[in-house]
Design a protein. Structure first.
Length: 87
């Protein structure tokens, strides 16, 4: 695992050395996280044009939703699920 890339992504994924497809996936995940009611078919179609299949899109939505769920549980309960990460 490239820890430098991980740190770049944590700091600002838009400035990290990612492929345009990976950046588009993260843009989608951010929109789904912050503005779920604003999701449109065009958001999915943008990823399809990058070569993602419907199964791939479903996986992205499931992973994003799962992490949002876990983070909200942790926030509500006041726990840090990964204290060794320091932050």
């Amino acid at each position: 695992m490239n820890l430098d890339l991980v740190e770049q992504i944590k700091a600002d994924y838009r400035e990290a050395e990612l492929s345009t497809t990976d950046t588009a996936i993260l843009d989608f995940a951010v929109k789904l996280t912050l503005h779920p009611s604003k999701m449109e078919a065009s958001d999915l179609n943008r990823l399809r044009r990058k070569g993602l299949s419907d199964v791939g899109l479903l996986e992205i939505v499931h992973i994003t939703g799962f992490f949002n769920y876990i983070n909200r549980l942790a926030d509500a309960l006041g726990i840090d699920p990964e204290p060794e990460w320091g932050g």
